[in-house]
Design a protein around this ligand. Structure first.
Ligand code: DON
Length: 306
């Protein structure tokens, strides 16, 4: 199959729907993005990446960062990490607090905000926040084979200024003694990881190791074990879209992780890593056009994992 042609056809077939959905505005800096942006990038084992539309325009990756932080926290702590965070879908919105009280401050999974605050805390561990952020940035640059990845300070500050909900989640967990570090220390890293700015191309390339059993097929670097890569993909499939995860699996059939910046990272084991971006979201915070593009790619390639 001519993959360049395929991604361009998918882009063209949906281009007249640009602007669909609602751009996130609860983080004011995100509301300033052009709602008509629409990009696709698909990276394959041989080092090629096929792009369409705004596939090389940087955007705020938001919750997609939770995948990379999970991988790094798991490498640091092994499966002991799952004593602090669960592995079940929550069926609740990404920023929900309701389960935390009933479940004694242990978040359902590493992709809801509460769970990601825990993985960020474990990534920091006993180090300085600067060390943890530097490690994350360096890892992303290495995995994407591109040094042009940065943290948007304005977005990070905007998140912090409007971060009452995330502070509530973190203080609630701190009350159960679930965090190693003070709440503001953890959140200063969490807000910065969410404010990472990357292109679809960089994201697809950085996540290629998840499609190929933990090893970057282009450089041969072993980034995580086969078992761990498969398990991260399983969590993306079951929890990557919060209370929209079932629908995404049903409609698309790829492992995926959404972000409120409008990006979606999708992993197709043994085939490809795909990133799409369109800022308009559905009610659950997943890119509306992005999910449609992935459904169309699944349809045209027959790559659904099911
Ligand atoms: O913490 C937040 O609310 C945002 N920085 C990230 C949320 C997010 O991306 C949810 N994903 N769809």
């Amino acid at each position: 199959m001519d993959l360049q042609n395929m991604v361009e056809e998918v882009w063209n077939s949906l281009a007249d729907q640009r602007g669909a959905g609602k751009v996130a505005d609860y983080i004011p800096a995100l509301a300033e993005v052009d709602p008509n942006c629409f990009g696709i990038a698909l990276a394959t084992r041989d080092g090629r990446t096929y792009c369409a539309g705004d596939g090389e325009v940087p955007f705020s990756i938001q919750s997609i960062s939770k995948v990379f932080v999970l991988a790094m926290a798991l490498d640091r702590h092994g499966s002991a990490l799952f004593e602090a965070v669960g592995r079940e879908p929550s069926g609740d919105p990404f920023n929900s607090i309701v389960q935390l009280e009933r479940e004694k401050g242990i978040p359902r999974n590493p992709f809801i905000n509460a769970g990601a605050i825990v993985t960020t805390d474990r990534l920091i561990d006993d180090r300085s926040t600067e060390e943890a952020v530097e490690e994350l940035l360096a890892a992303l640059k290495k995995m994407a084979r591109d040094d042009d990845i940065r943290i948007d300070k304005e977005v990070a500050q905007s998140e912090s200024r409007t971060g009452a909900r995330n502070r509530s989640l973190a203080y609630f967990m701190a009350d159960f003694d679930r965090l190693l570090n003070p709440v503001e220390t953890v959140l200063s890293v969490y807000f910065r990881q969410c404010a990472l700015t990357m292109t679809c191309k960089q994201l697809a390339e950085a996540a290629l190791f998840l499609a190929f059993d933990g090893t970057d097929p282009v450089t041969g670097h072993v980034l995580t074990s086969t078992q761990r890569a498969r398990r991260i993909n399983a969590l993306m499939l079951t929890c990557g879209h919060y209370d929209n995860s079932g629908e995404f699996a049903y409609e698309v059939g790829f492992c995926g992780k959404s972000g409120v910046g409008g990006g979606i990272l999708a992993i197709v084991p043994d085939k490809a890593s795909i990133a799409v971006w369109a800022p308009g979201l559905n009610r659950e915070g997943t890119s509306l056009l992005g999910a449609r593009a992935l459904r169309e790619i699944a349809h045209r390639t027959g790559w659904s994992v099911f």
